[in-house]
Design a protein around this ligand. Structure first.
Ligand SMILES: Cc1cc2nc3c(=O)[nH]c(=O)nc-3n(C[C@H](O)[C@H](O)[C@H](O)COP(=O)(O)OP(=O)(O)OC[C@H]3O[C@@H](n4cnc5c(N)ncnc54)[C@H](O)[C@@H]3O)c2cc1C
Length: 648
């Protein structure tokens, strides 16, 4: 049965579910939110929140031990065998690496989010499978929502186990519910006595699922009636893998992260105590979103770690490799790549650490910064890996094992590329991150002026909306044209001051541009993803520039003067990208491209696919694949069962 033939949620249902789960209030300020409103609130991020020296001293012994461990880990072997040896997992447990942020009173290390992301950056710089194990457990697995939403009783029951190293997993995705949780089919039905919920369903791609002791499972509980409207309820449960009916159906294998413990997990009449509900009935999706706000701070730090590792590899090789009479790093094409890599790596770290520092500071709403950091760093890091592979030439494409066999350094750029790619997909794909950011970017205008531009509004609604919004727009709009801080020179930023002045001007420009887009398209703007996404990209570039500048200033005050030239180069490049995005904001070719895509979907250009292998074979012909042995191990055994057996 194809996905299209199943009763999937309609677009409206999908939007309703997402809207119901959305955090609508902005209790605390956010620099990024202000950016999209055309207001450059430098005071919210500058001076950069200072490092917590006491915390750094507390974290040092653990980070040193983790570094020593990572230096010893044989990542090539983990990649080759597709398994993380139990002895390594035990070593991590003994170090407290599964309870980094769990409070000390529950036997965790009690370290901060900043120390945690630094640990994950360190692990990512060498081993994707290990970081998946640790991070799925702690960024999205049980400890994080437990810390945010757990009752005291739940904390007492689960934290000590988790701190000792009970592996945990986060189970949201299903076959039809990837980016769209409205399609969730796993159900949790209250038992007759109301003390339990009976869980039934199947979760896909659950990281750590094959090894987890504890899961956070998102399931549909009975719909509720809200003013005559049926509202889907999604609830989060803590599920123990030992509960009867929990089963690992398949262990899944991927392009990279070869030893990730990821699987299809089934729940058949699993009796889960009501006490295991996290936060409250119907609050599961919101819980997932709030958990991810902080959870998403990890991945950008990991991407920065990967960027640093690539920079190190590219720098060494570009010095060492001589072609056409000089080191390749001196040929301009390669030099350009190197400069970009260094500047972008600096910006990635600036983005990840600023977002985390603002979170640590408290009284700050991190949701947009975290989403921007996830999207920006995962994409920037991907380009860095691609450039590193190019600089390494044929050696970049060759496996580390093969390089070693012929006596060369086993530098695993090929593995890094395989391991890294998923970062643009999980924890919210790049497109979903852009949608999430765009939704918040236009929210204020939609709330204020939606009824004015909505075609179906009555005259009365239009007038009411105008009365509500006019006072705001009378001051907001003119001041998006004229700087209110004209006299500010931002001289404390030295040679970066010019970029800060640009940021102030361009932020106002972005605010105007988003407003103009809303006036131009009205409610249709929601569907103009190409336009909205360019506006989001401008905002993300502005945030990255701001982060780079405030970090460079902080570092140069501490004596790291070189940071200024990295920030300067990054900003110059970002300004070029922003210029391009503004020039093409309304994408003169967007409509034509959309039409072509629709024609492609209809098969009007199938003729173009002639002359290729498998031309006449339908996709998804699983039976044929099984017949050909695609589901078989080299020894002839069933690959799925083999994998499952290995997982236990
Ligand atoms: C290795 C791995 C580990 C994972 N770990 C976990 C885990 O631990 N727990 C868990 O719950 N899930 C996990 N996932 C699932 C992951 O989060 C999903 O793959 C992701 O959410 C995307 O869902 P999907 O793959 O079904 O893509 P789809 O939702 O089918 O999307 C396909 C493409 O369409 C785009 N798209 C979708 N909707 C829109 C839209 N409205 N507008 C524009 N573009 C759109 C997407 O961005 C994507 O490019 C994991 C996946 C993998 C591969």
């Amino acid at each position: 049965m194809t996905a299209a033939s199943k009763a999937l949620a309609t677009e409206k249902e999908a939007r309703d579910v997402a809207e119901d789960a959305r955090e609508t209030e902005w209790e605390h300020p956010s620099f990024a939110r202000e950016l999209f409103l055309g207001r450059f609130r430098l005071d919210l991020i500058h001076p950069h929140p200072p490092a917590d020296e006491e915390e750094e001293a507390r974290a040092k012994p653990f980070l040193d031990a983790l570094k020593g461990f990572m230096d010893r880990v044989d990542s090539a072997e983990i990649d080759r065998t597709g398994e993380i040896p139990e002895s390594l997992v035990q070593e991590l447990r003994d170090m407290g690496a599964f309870g980094i942020k769990i409070p000390k009173e529950y036997d965790g290390l009690g370290l901060s989010q900043m120390s945690y992301i630094r640990a994950m950056e360190l692990v990512t710089s060498k081993d994707g499978s290990l970081v998946a194990l640790l991070s799925a457990s702690q960024s999205i697995g049980v400890p994080q929502p437990l810390k945010l939403f757990g009752t005291d009783d739940q904390k007492r029951r689960f934290f000590p186990r988790l701190a000792k190293g009970a592996i945990s997993a986060f189970a949201l995705t299903e076959v039809d519910a990837g980016s769209d949780p409205a399609n969730l089919r796993t159900t949790a039905t209250p038992s007759d006595d109301g003390e339990h919920f009976i869980l039934n369903g199947e979760k896909l791609w659950c990281t750590n699922g094959t090894r987890a002791e504890l899961f956070v499972v998102m399931a549909r509980t009975p719909d509720i009636d809200k003013g005559g409207r049926k509202v889907k309820q999604i609830t989060a449960f803590i599920v123990d893998a030992s509960m009867p009916g929990v089963e690992v159906k398949h262990r899944l294998r991927f392009m990279g992260l070869k030893a990730i413990e990821n699987g299809v997990i089934t729940f058949r009449n699993v009796k889960v105590p009501r006490d295991n509900i996290l936060w409250g009935e119907g609050k599961g999706l919101k819980l997932a979103l709030v958990t991810l706000n902080t959870g998403r701070l990890t991945l950008p730090a990991g991407c920065a770690g990967a960027g640093k590792q690539m920079l190190r590899i590219a720098r060494k090789w570009a010095n060492e490799r001589v072609q056409w009479g000089q080191p390749i790093g001196k040929h301009e094409a390669v030099a350009q790549m190197l400069a970009k890599m260094a500047a972008n790596t600096f910006a990635m770290e600036a983005v990840a650490e600023l977002a985390t520092a603002l979170y640590e500071k408290g009284g700050y709403d991190i949701r947009l910064e975290a989403a921007i950091a996830k999207m920006y760093n995962s994409e920037t890091g991907w380009r860095i890996i691609d450039d590193t592979l190019q600089i390494r030439g044929g050696r970049g494409y060759e496996t580390a094992e093969s390089l070693a066999r012929r006596g060369e350094d086993p530098i695993a750029v090929e593995r890094a590329m395989r391991d890294y790619r998923i970062n643009l997909i999980f924890e919210g794909s790049s497109e979903i991150m852009r949608l999430f950011i765009a939704r918040e970017a236009v929210d204020h205008h939609f709330k204020m002026a939606f009824d004015i531009v909505k075609p179906e509004s009555t005259m009365r609604e239009r007038l009411a909306a105008m009365a509500k919004s006019t006072p705001f727009y009378l001051t907001w709009y003119p001041t998006r044209w004229v700087s209110t801080s004209r006299l500010k020179s931002y001289s404390e930023f030295g040679r970066l001051a010019t970029h800060i002045r640009y940021l102030e001007r361009t932020t106002r420009h972005l605010g105007r541009a988003i407003f103009h887009a809303m006036v131009r398209y009205g409610p249709k703007l929601e569907r103009k993803q190409a336009v909205l996404f360019r506006a989001v990209d401008i905002g993300a570039e502005l945030f990255a520039m701001s982060a780079a500048c405030v970090r460079a200033r902080m570092l140069s005050q501490k004596g790291q003067k070189e940071a200024v030239s990295l920030a300067d180069t990054f900003c110059r490049e970002a300004r070029l990208r922003i210029g391009e995005l503004f020039r093409n904001l309304y994408g003169p070719n967007d409509e034509n491209m959309y039409k072509l895509a629709m024609a492609v979907l209809k098969g009007e250009h199938e003729w173009l696919e002639a002359g290729i292998a498998g031309e006449n074979t339908e996709f998804g012909n699983r039976d044929a694949e099984i017949e050909r042995g695609a589901e078989k191990e080299p020894d002839g055994s069933d690959r799925r069962e083999g994998a499952l057996a290995r997982a236990y």
